[in-house]
Design a protein around this ligand. Sequence first.
Ligand SMILES: [Mg+2]
Length: 120
Amino acid sequence: MKKKKILIVDDDTTNRKLLQTILSVKGGYEVIEAENGVEALEKLSPDISIVLLDLIMPVMDGISFLQRFKIDKPECANIPVLVLTTDDTKKNEALNAGAKEVIVKPINPIEILEKISNYV
Ligand SMILES: [Mg+2]
């Protein structure tokens, strides 16, 4: 069976590495990484099953990515986006912008794999 693809968008290298390990080693997913919203828009493609999105990033933040991707890439409009953030004051803003869920960091491997399995 072909591995399902997940796009991780986070400016923090440590976070990306942690997520990459959890998702590929424990989850068996193929992982693609982007450092900000602009890079995520470039890498987003219809074969991606889910996007994990940080909110606070340089160049283009997570809320802007949520607002832009359905317009810029309509073929990807149905891809679910889960937001991972330390700042839960932005939770409603993220949900209003189209995020399926907002998960508050620090990342819990079991929780994150369980949440992803509800969507892929
Ligand atoms: Mg960040």
